[in-house]
Design a protein around this ligand. Structure first.
Ligand SMILES: Cc1cc2nc3c(=O)[nH]c(=O)nc-3n(C[C@H](O)[C@H](O)[C@H](O)COP(=O)(O)OP(=O)(O)OC[C@H]3O[C@@H](n4cnc5c(N)ncnc54)[C@H](O)[C@@H]3O)c2cc1C
Length: 355
């Protein structure tokens, strides 16, 4: 999407790297709100902060759009019967930008100082000030942690079916996992490759029934139940995996061209934790109905939070709430003078749900 260059024809990032020649570029920029993460949550928040009149900078270490760009098809986002994740992400980003959000892509936030009225956000090329911060850094794919996984990463080991599936047209690939993400990836790949084998360590899938039905009806999908990967082997690329049945304890070697790992996500909360933001025992940022964190002026939204549901719709809703609460925090309008509340932790027994 390359919003940075569109909004910033002088290319501020390059000028900052040439700092001695352009000393004025080293001045700290001050924004009303800085949003960390340009996924569904961060971009929705940006739409609402700019429409409330707050100067808003959105920073993302990648291209704007976030995780949803990896979803082949979205059929459960209200208002769209069917839309690709990439197109939906593009629409949300365009919407926020049209109303004035400034989006800097490929700019990783490396440090935060969240104490005091003015917060500081540091990236490799700049330091910014803001009155309020919204942390919407989402999550990343969990790894299997088996031998060969790191060695063959990018050479047959992948965490994104939409990104890498087309490289394996007509081949045999494995998908590891048993939830919605694994099921969606399996179905997507089954339309591209000759054969998909789904490796699941339990004996039933934990996916929506409609996905399970679709998988059952596909002739080129095989499921190996109670099975775990022990090792990924190959030469220049993946060739075989060693599988172990966790009931019978038998092992087998299976030929494959790729391994797609879809065993869940873990929160991108290291940055927040290092800055004093409270997380729960699973690493998700603790929040309440107002999307507040334990620090005044610091809000959070989307998959990074301890909200039990992880969907685009919930990320969008939380982003909107965070934005309007940030507005209330900064402007203190007459109708919204509630004090900063103490976080109400969500029950430990509630589970998160991925599509
Ligand atoms: C395969 C798959 C299919 C899915 N299908 C569906 C579906 O059909 N329907 C549905 O509703 N949901 C679906 N989801 C879930 C949905 O994608 C997420 O719930 C949603 O995208 C979360 O949005 P977010 O903004 O919270 O996080 P993200 O979209 O993950 O955005 C977080 C952003 O923060 C950025 N970031 C992280 N750290 C930093 C940093 N230090 N500095 C700067 N930027 C940073 C990341 O680059 C990223 O762009 C699916 C997910 C997957 C993986």
């Amino acid at each position: 999407m390359l919003y940075s260059s569109q909004k910033d024809p002088l290319n501020r990032t390059i000028l900052k790297r040439l700092n001695p020649l352009f000393p004025e570029m080293s001045d700290m920029e001050t924004w009303d709100v800085i949003i960390i993460g340009a996924g569904s949550a961060g971009l929705s928040a940006a739409l609402y902060t700019v429409r409330s009149g707050l100067g808003t900078l959105v920073l993302d270490e990648k291209i704007a759009g976030g995780t949803i760009t990896n979803a082949p098809t979205i059929v459960n986002y209200p208002g769209f019967l069917e839309i690709s994740g990439a197109e939906l992400a593009q629409k949300i980003a365009d919407h926020a930008q049209k109303f004035g959000a400034v989006i800097h892509e490929i700019e990783t936030v490396t440090a935060l100082n969240l104490h005091g009225e003015i917060k500081t956000v540091t990236t490799p090329t700049a330091t910014y000030n803001a009155k309020a911060i919204i942390i919407a850094t989402g999550s990343h794919y969990k790894e299997l942690g088996v031998k060969g996984e790191q060695e063959f990463r990018g050479r047959g080991v992948s965490y994104c079916g939409v990104c890498d599936g087309p490289f394996f047209r007509g081949k045999h690939v494995l998908v590891v996992g048993g939830g919605n993400s694994a099921s969606i990836t399996t179905l997507y790949l089954s339309n591209l490759v000759a054969q998909v084998t789904l490796i699941h360590r339990r004996e039933t899938l934990r996916a929506e029934q409609s996905l399970v039905d679709d998988i059952t009806n596909k002739t080129n999908i095989k499921i190996l139940w109670n099975t775990e990967i022990q090792e990924i082997k190959g030469d220049k690329q993946v060739r075989t995996v060693t599988l172990k049945n966790n009931k019978t304890k038998q092992t087998q070697e299976l030929k494959t061209d790729a391994v797609f790992v879809q065993i869940g996500e873990a929160p991108n909360s290291q940055l927040a934790t290092a800055s004093g933001v409270e997380i729960d025992e699973h690493g998700y940022i603790k929040t309440n109905l107002h999307q507040q964190t334990n620090l005044p002026g610091v809000f959070t939204a989307g998959d990074i939070t301890n909200h039990p549901i992880k969907q685009v719709g919930t990320a969008v809703g939380q982003g909107i709430t965070a934005a309007l609460e940030a507005y209330a925090y900064i402007r203190q309008p007459y109708h919204k003078k509630h004090p900063i509340e103490t976080i109400t932790p969500i029950s430990k027994t509630e589970k998160t749900s991925k599509p």
